[in-house]
Write a protein that binds this ligand. Structure first.
Ligand SMILES: Cc1cc2nc3c(=O)[nH]c(=O)nc-3n(C[C@H](O)[C@H](O)[C@H](O)COP(=O)(O)OP(=O)(O)OC[C@H]3O[C@@H](n4cnc5c(N)ncnc54)[C@H](O)[C@@H]3O)c2cc1C
Ligand SMILES: *[C@@H]1O[C@H](CO)[C@@H](O)[C@H](O)[C@H]1NC(C)=O
Ligand SMILES: *[C@@H]1O[C@H](CO)[C@@H](O)[C@H](O)[C@H]1NC(C)=O
Ligand SMILES: *[C@@H]1O[C@H](CO)[C@@H](O)[C@H](O)[C@H]1NC(C)=O
Ligand SMILES: *[C@@H]1O[C@H](CO)[C@@H](O)[C@H](O)[C@H]1NC(C)=O
Length: 494
């Protein structure tokens, strides 16, 4: 009887050998994945392309690229499907051969492996059309686009969709996770405005998912991420859009107390649904600073909403009456090549003076503590109005509850050295836990509040993201993807 088949455990490989194998796996694509790349190349139509290192490597590099380098891996090959039928062929081949893969829209996930792989990288870039239908008041949007491109295409029509607030963000991952947008006080989350998903299911069937065609799957796609297949096109409600007012204004350290007081007043006292801000508490040259993005849905804001922000002494500003796209592109959002980074989420009932003081304190504390690791800690404050979730009464995968309404705080940490990855991730978890604790201790019952899946750092328990929706989502997952084909890709898994 041969050893290993008689119930004896095989000898444990030494840690050195395990690490060597992991290192090789991350550099050299497996023979299996390479073989599948060839099969895909032979099976797809001329509308699609398959690329690898060396062969048409400009496409390959673009297909693998992410907002932050820590979300990019070396893949065996990349595929740019050009038609839903080709997406179907690709996903069936990947499923049959159990090949790890990833689906990338705009590549803005801060979680390593969520839209990257050492197997087959799918980039949706060829799904790039924007079709405004005046009759239905909806826009069909290709899943390979970034919001900048969507807004540019809609501008001549005088309409907008409820999408990204800064430049460069992919429309697909954003919309599959939830979507906090500049119009949220007026229309809700982006998921609240989706009327149809063109989906290639994990078994390869091509379907249009609407409230009428498959209410369960329609619900699940509204926040459930990449668990249910590959979306080729989203149909969103269109809203009339004219000129807006706003842009970004920067404050130096000395003004922080005044800025924080103004943010607290905005959060508790402004009731105009057309107004929104994102004050980002961060650091520059070792000093805490705030970059505040202001938005008003109209050519000029009524007196009293933003005056305090404008009156506080500031270092620079770029504020004007402008197009929606111009406002979105006005704030610094793209990072320089080589930047690594992640997001994390905290949920709050409101931005009280106490929680804002704690956020200001965390900014100073963590930027000092992590300076030697080269980590920049940014806290993006998002004081949406309590009515944000009242624009849609149909349940959605995210948020799993709309009462009481909770609003997000976004932690954005960036750095350059891979050796700082674990330091930064640990700090983000500690800081998010601490701020949640401060909120709870000051009367906000948010210990179990929904955390936004598009902000939450990998490893966040699924219960915190999907809560009471989990049983329903797991049942839908079992029906739509019984063989867990989407489990070959990274992401939140039901
Ligand atoms: C600078 C910046 C600004 C941001 N601003 C906002 C904001 O204002 N509001 C907000 O809500 N969020 C915001 N986010 C978070 C954003 O929603 C997420 O990063 C989101 O994942 C981005 O989508 P993407 O397509 O670029 O990401 P990707 O990394 O390409 O994809 C993210 C996830 O979606 C899946 N996916 C992508 N395309 C498809 C598809 N066609 N079919 C199935 N699955 C797919 C991927 O597999 C992956 O799991 C911001 C992020 C950044 C970095
Ligand atoms: C940010 O980067 C994207 C490409 O990822 C680009 O399309 C966009 O124009 C850039 N935005 C700005 C303001 O430079
Ligand atoms: C995929 O699954 C659906 C629902 O279970 C079924 O109707 C369809 O025929 C399947 N398609 C393929 C290509 O197997
Ligand atoms: C909101 O307005 C009220 C009434 O003017 C004022 O008393 C209160 O201090 C304001 N809140 C904040 C946080 O400034
Ligand atoms: C500031 O933050 C640190 C680190 O989280 C914490 O230990 C300290 O108690 C905070 N101080 C205040 C005044 O909130």
């Amino acid at each position: 009887m041969s050893k290993g088949l008689d119930g004896n455990s095989p000898p444990m490989p030494s840690p050195t050998r395990i690490f060597a194998a992991l290192a090789l796996a991350s550099v050299f694509p497996s023979a299996l994945a390479l073989d599948v790349c060839t099969q895909i190349q032979q099976a797809v139509s001329s509308a699609s392309g398959v690329y690898s290192l060396g062969a048409r490597s400009a496409n390959f590099a673009a297909d693998l690229a992410h907002w932050v380098e820590s979300s990019t891996q070396s893949s065996a090959c990349s595929v740019e499907p050009g038609t839903p039928a080709d997406v179907s062929i690709v996903i069936q081949l990947l499923g049959k051969t159990k090949t790890p893969f990833a689906v990338k829209g705009g590549g803005h996930s801060g979680n390593p492996g969520f839209s990257s792989t050492t197997g087959v990288q799918i980039s949706m870039t060829r799904f790039s059309t924007v079709n405004y239908d005046k009759t239905t008041g909806t826009v069909a949007i290709g899943s390979g686009l970034i919001w900048d491109e969507v807004y540019a295409a809609l501008e001549p029509h005088g309409v907008i969709v409820a999408g990204g607030r800064v430049s460069g963000v992919g429309m697909a991952g954003f919309t599959l996770g939830g979507g906090y947008n500049w119009l949220a006080n007026q229309v809700g989350l982006t998921v609240d405005t989706v009327t149809a998903y063109d989906l290639v299911r994990p078994n390869g069937s091509i379907v249009s998912v609407t409230a009428a065609s498959d209410p369960d799957l329609f619900f699940a796609l509204k926040g459930g991420g990449n668990n249910f297949g590959i979306v080729t096109q989203f149909t969103l409600k269109a809203f009339p859009q004219g000129q807006v007012w706003g842009g970004v204004i920067f404050y130096a350290a000395a003004q922080l107390p005044a800025v924080t007081a103004a943010v607290a007043r905005f959060a508790s006292n402004v009731t105009d649904k057309k107004a929104a801000i994102i004050p980002g508490y961060t650091t520059q040259l070792g000093k805490p600073v705030v970059a505040n993005i202001m938005f008003y849905d109209g050519p000029s804001p009524p007196a009293g909403i933003f005056d305090e922000f404008l009156a506080i002494e500031h270092t620079t500003e770029d504020i004007s009456t402008r197009s929606f796209l111009s406002l979105v592109q006005s704030a610094p959002a793209n990072v320089t090549a080589g930047t690594r980074g992640s997001f994390h989420a905290v949920s709050l009932l409101n931005y009280t003076p106490k929680i804002l003081a704690a956020i200001q304190n965390e900014t100073i504390f963590w930027n000092a503590r992590l300076a030697s690791a080269g980590v920049t800690a940014t806290y993006n404050v998002e004081p949406f109005f309590p009515n944000i979730y009242t624009h849609n009464t149909s349940p959605t995968a995210f948020p799993f509850t709309r009462t009481p309404p909770t609003i997000p705080l976004n932690l954005q940490f960036t750095w350059t050295s891979p050796s700082s990855d674990s330091i930064a991730h640990a700090a983000m978890r500690e800081s998010a836990d601490y701020l949640t604790q401060v909120a709870v201790q000051t009367g906000q019952a948010v210990a179990q509040a929904p955390l936004y899946p598009n902000y939450a750092l990998f490893g966040t328990p699924l219960e915190r993201l999907y809560g009471s929706n989990l049983p329903r989502l797991r049942a839908i997952k079992a029906r739509v993807d019984p063989h867990n084909i989407m489990g070959l890709a990274g992401g939140w898994r039901f």
